[in-house]
Design a protein around this ligand. Sequence first.
Ligand code: MG
Length: 383
Amino acid sequence: MTTQRRNFIKSIALLGGATIIDFNLKAQSIMRKTSANSKLQLRWAPYDLQMKHVFTISNSSRKTTPVVLTSLTYDGVTGYGEASLPPYLGESQASVMEFLKKIDLSGFSNPFHIEEILQYVDKIAENNTAAKAAVDIALHDLLGKIMKQPWHKMWGLNTGKIPDTTYTIGIDTDDMIRTKVKEVEGQFNILKVKLGTADDKRIIKAVRSATQLPIAIDANQGWKDKHEALDLIHWLKEQGVVMIEQPMGKYNLEDNAWITERSPLPVFGDESVQRLRDVQKVKGVFTGINIKLMKCTGLHEAWKMRNLAESLGLKVMLGCMTETSCAISAASQLVAGMDFADLDGALLIQNDAFDGARLDKGKIVPTDEPGIGIKQKIKIDYK
Ligand code: MG
């Protein structure tokens, strides 16, 4: 098989739409015009997100989220990326910067070799999925800018079919819950409520005292007994809940499957499904999967996960961490046609560093700007 043919087949796996040939031809013609000594240059800057409210889930609480922002330049064009690092996930600004230092892109003269570049990055060390996502997102932004196209167009997605985003209400007092719900009244069509403690019914009653919007539940592995969890799910359905996320422990596939089989509501796996290799394992365990760029190493693998999940008959949702509009806009490129969206990360912070995907009638909608569709709002000193 010729190299050209191999690359063509790789691109099919990569893009999977009618735009493949167009993408390849454009990429080749662009590369012919690029100066021969162009190099990929990766830089980064740590940045601390200030959250609007203290954010509490079943096992932790915080007011700030550290991130590392990246920039990737090639032939005078720069793409931006981000690693978001909620402390309970095990990465830090120090570990991300340590990982990024190990990356040597001098062996890659063609930025369109996405598969090869990201495979190289992935093999540098285990885990470090947010650090890898920061490279992947910057590479996608860069390539889209070179191509002068946003990724949702290159993937051939219908932005008329973007699901409503959920807006997350963390675990809190009744008064704070009511305040948070009222604060966003009219802006969202569905809320996400974090459960998984002894206070679950109280929290739902507090939310219901302030709104009748549909609710998505995230138990964050917090439920410990499958029978009690199932009873609670039946009660939640009567309260207008429409879906459940990660009822029990991430390794406890048996009990999660037991619940899914009997649940009157769709059950999505989040912590149980990190990367592409996990998707097949949860067929029959959950109704669907929650894909997040920070746990699956970025857009390239997220796109593959989505396609594999759909081919296995699993539903798909797209989630996020607390992130700037950089990572959220990257995710927004991929969200059209999915079953649920949970992309409120940038709405929870006070100091977003980017303009990008916007909240429009309860949906997070990507811009039509090229790449991931963002502009820097403040000056970041990438080193
Ligand atoms: Mg979750």
